[in-house]
Design a protein around this ligand. Structure first.
Ligand SMILES: Cc1cc2nc3c(=O)[nH]c(=O)nc-3n(C[C@H](O)[C@H](O)[C@H](O)COP(=O)(O)OP(=O)(O)OC[C@H]3O[C@@H](n4cnc5c(N)ncnc54)[C@H](O)[C@@H]3O)c2cc1C
Length: 407
């Protein structure tokens, strides 16, 4: 039996696990990263993947500090400068404009595979990181501080991190419960071409059935996230292309004119979920393994990257104080620092979802008033933008410090 020794072993090399590996590897920790799927390295020119994320300034700072942002920029990132949100059930409307808070943009739309690939390329230059892929983490032995892979190899470390996504097998093996509920909504995602100019603006219309978002990408195209009931999203995903385009044009109130073309469509079930504990002695959860959130405000991976940056910081501080990676004192500091913020964001998005996804006329009135007020009160409007950019509240140094790279 092959036993390999590390300071930290990370199960899951998606965006969050890879960011954590880079952050720790750069600090000289010996890291083993296990990923079951080999990341995509090439794709046809001009193709935009179905899975994109709106990355905040805090996430951009983390990627910049990890050296990955210029690689992402070379692969393709799409800044957006404004956001328009309106309610189908009232006259409520709110606009956000980066110029009002003196920022160059409100964030960037980035394909998930671009973020992951840039981090994997970065890892290639970090000697203290060893990657195992395609390899599946199969058994967790918390007392023995080890993770056994499907092929029989055993990875031993003071700290094992579950970055293995929403259904986290490692979280299950550790016996950590996750509470939450399935939303009565799924999301259809696709890349579409509207007739009108998207003006580097993210557009979101709240319907009683769920929000419809248009995220601006390249060549005038938009990535859409169309949330609705499971039955309706199944129907939409199977509609004839011409009929899908017609319904999308109508549902968007032609805000971008007629929708002329759509690429492949996929459906994702939406769920709110939160792990009761983020840590156990020798184990930590990060990213979707710890929390899953409705995509309506595009915060999932942004929270996950803050988890990664915070955990890395706690481990560095622990090491500086002479402690080994996995010491429960450092893990508890990580948990304390992230849990409150994550719960607040989960709760806020859940409230938004409930407030907008219903037909109650009184709530409609309240929504209309609330949105219009928030639109007109500059302090409130600016506060929303700074929150969404991740510029408010406690942040780990990786999410703040810039190494002088271009924004
Ligand atoms: C429709 C939709 C739109 C979204 N839009 C946004 C947005 O605009 N902005 C935003 O911030 N977030 C968004 N999100 C959320 C975001 O996609 C997730 O928060 C993010 O992908 C979580 O990253 P992660 O690395 O934690 O988990 P994942 O991306 O799920 O990665 C987990 C990795 O672990 C690997 N893995 C799993 N099990 C094992 C195992 N046993 N052994 C080895 N490897 C394993 C998997 O192969 C995978 O690569 C959206 C989500 C959805 C569904």
């Amino acid at each position: 039996m092959t036993i390999l020794d590390f300071d930290v072993v990370i199960a899951g090399g998606g965006m969050v696990g890879s960011a954590l590996a880079c952050a720790l590897g750069r600090e000289g920790f010996r890291v083993g990263l296990v990923e079951s799927r080999e990341p995509q390295r090439v794709w046809p020119q001009g193709e935009i993947d179905l899975r994109v994320s709106a990355l905040s300034r805090a996430s951009q700072n983390i990627m910049t500090n990890l050296g990955a942002w210029p690689r992402m920029a070379a692969l393709h990132i799409y800044p957006y400068r404004r956001m328009e949100v309106w309610d189908a059930g009232s006259s409520g409307r709110i606009s956000f404009d980066c110029a009002r808070i003196g920022e160059p943009d409100l964030g960037h739309i980035v394909e998930n595979r671009v973020t992951q690939l840039a981090l994997w390329q970065e890892m290639e230059g970090i000697e203290s990181i060893e990657r195992f892929y395609p390899a599946r983490a199969q058994d967790l032995d918390l007392k023995g501080h080890s993770l056994r892979l499907e092929d029989g190899r055993v990875l031993h470390a003071g700290l094992i991190v579950a970055a293995d996504g929403r259904d986290s097998p490692i979280r299950g093996m550790a016996g950590i419960e996750a509470h939450g509920w399935s939303y009565d909504q799924h999301a259809v995602v696709a890349t579409v071409t509207p007739a009108g100019d998207h003006c580097r603006t993210a557009w979101q219309r709240f319907l009683p059935t769920g929000p419809l978002a248009f995220l601006p990408v390249d060549d005038g195209r938009c990535s859409i996230v169309w949330s609705s009931s499971p039955e309706e999203t199944a129907r939409l995903s199977e509609l004839e292309e011409i009929e899908f385009l017609r319904q999308l044009t109508k549902t968007s109130e032609e805000v971008l004119g007629e929708i002329l073309a759509v690429g492949p469509r996929a459906v994702f079930p939406l769920r709110l979920q939160h792990a009761l504990s983020y840590v156990l002695p020798g184990l930590a959860l990060v990213g979707d393994a710890a929390h899953a959130i409705h995509p309506l405000a595009g915060q999932g991976v942004n929270l996950g990257l803050l988890d990664a940056a915070t955990l890395a910081q706690c481990l560095v501080e622990g090491r500086n104080a002479g402690r080994q990676a996995g010491d429960i004192r450092d893990l508890r500091r990580y948990e304390r620092s992230r849990k409150g913020n994550n719960i607040a964001m989960l709760a806020a998005m859940d409230t938004f979802k409930r407030l907008f996804s219903n037909h109650n006329p009184l709530l409609g009135l309240a929504r209309g008033l609330g949105l219009n007020l928030a639109d007109r009160i500059p302090l409130l409007n600016h506060c929303f933008m700074r929150q969404a950019l991740g510029l408010e509240g406690e942040r780990p140094p990786l999410a703040i410090r810039l190494r002088g790279m271009d924004l």
